[in-house]
Write a protein that binds this ligand. Sequence first.
Ligand code: AMP
Length: 249
Amino acid sequence: MKILVAVKRVVDYNVKVRAKADGSGVETANVKMSMNPFDEIAIEEAVRLQEAGKAKEIVAVSLGVAACQDTIRTALAMGADRGILVETDAELQPLAVAKLLKVVVEKEQPDLIILGKQAIDDDANQTGQMLAALLGWSQGTFASKVEIGDGAINVTREVDGGLETVAIKLPAVVTSDLRLNEPRFVKLPNIMKAKKKPLAVLKPAELGVDIAPRLITLKVQEPPKRQAGIKVDAVAILVDKLRNEAHVI
Ligand code: AMP
């Protein structure tokens, strides 16, 4: 089985995100960037399937600026076999990413595609579903467990009321949730080895995809600052304040 994993370069989850002064977006200059955490989980799952003898090859794909090569190298250091960068400086919205991934999928013919359930920068939670729809493939989203059978997989999904297990046919699209696994720590020798693994660079125009944005961001602003809280000495005072000052009870 061949697995394709989509890995996005995003602002590191430890960074306190700031809006640009002109409200046009999020400040990314001089900000630490890393692989989207759900995509680390996606790669980890693919590597575990390979280690269990269920997958032959893992291809990591990233779309975006040239620096996404670093994200692909991280995926290669975790265990992916080769990488593909679809390089562009243009803004890529989930529909454009899904369309580009569809063409990569048609070239690569994987049996399984694993994406993160959402990217922590746009929080869209759309790309996997759009890709499955464009390909006409089955999808198992929010996966917390993946079991490969013969020509099919069982995906346990995190849903509001608990867990739901769906049996879906391969080829399929799976999106990873937080509890699917704990990604491994990348060791130095593997980082060195990853530098030698193949990484192909493609351009959106070569893939014949229209990546023009369909959505316009009107303004990005930070949430209003929270007022400092106060401590009260007794429950009766708290109840009084909630009733007569906050008017919430
Ligand atoms: P989103 O729909 O934007 O929340 O992203 C969901 C998932 O799609 C991410 O976790 C990635 O696996 C994949 N993805 C989205 N954008 C990109 C990108 N530019 N490059 C690679 N993967 C992406």
